[in-house]
Design a protein around this ligand. Structure first.
Ligand code: HEM
Length: 168
């Protein structure tokens, strides 16, 4: 079962990572080409980016994170490298959301859109992907680093929740 979930995790993360690389490149090269100023070119560009984002890349991201969360629970991994990996995945998710924002901007100006440059998203995506892969494949011992955290981050404080945060 774990092998199957890991296979799904790896297959979908390959699609997600490929999408995070391809989208900024397509937006930079295709989205700024003169062809995109024609109705047909604009429709083609919109269809390509919108469909790729909503039908392929976002579902792949959801399945990657779902399968990863299942592995996290089933394998009971709580090592510092795993927790650091969750942080780098948050970085990938933020880049993913930023790309979605850029794609929706291209659809709102009837071909006369001005979007922020997409290439910084490519640099961010490559950085977070490399960090994530390094953490999960090298499994570095981050325990000494975790020990540097202040005491209040390492020990339960044993305090009650403030009353306004208690739901019932
Ligand atoms: C919330 C998101 C994620 C969670 C909770 C998660 C969790 C996990 C867990 C628990 C494992 C099993 C580790 C082991 O058996 O040693 C795993 C494997 C793996 N994950 Fe993730 N993952 C997530 C996202 C990602 C992303 C975004 C990438 C790549 C960019 C990635 C790359 C990998 C790789 C390459 C493996 C196989 C490692 C091995 O078998 O040695 N994961 N993941």
């Amino acid at each position: 079962m774990i092998a199957l979930i890991k296979a799904v995790h790896l297959a979908t993360l390959a699609i997600w990572c490929a999408g995070l690389v391809a989208l900024p490149v397509v937006m930079q090269i295709y989205g700024r080409a003169s062809k995109v100023h024609t109705q047909a070119g604009f429709a083609e560009f919109r269809l390509l980016t919108h469909r790729a984002y909503t039908v392929v890349i976002t579902p792949a991201a959801v399945v990657t994170i779902t399968a990863g969360s299942l592995l996290f629970v089933l394998e009971g991994l709580r090592d510092p490298w795993m927790l650091a990996k969750l942080l780098t995945v948050v970085g990938m998710v933020l880049i993913h959301a930023w790309l979605g924002h850029l794609i929706s901007l291209t659809g709102e100006g009837a071909g006369r859109y001005r979007i922020p440059p997409p290439m910084p998203a490519l640099i961010g995506a490559l950085t977070f992907m490399a960090l994530t892969l390094w953490l999960v494949l090298a499994k570095p011992d981050l325990a000494p680093l975790a020990q540097q955290f202040p005491d209040w981050l390492l020990q339960p404080r044993g305090r009650e929740l403030p009353s306004d945060l208690v739901p019932i």
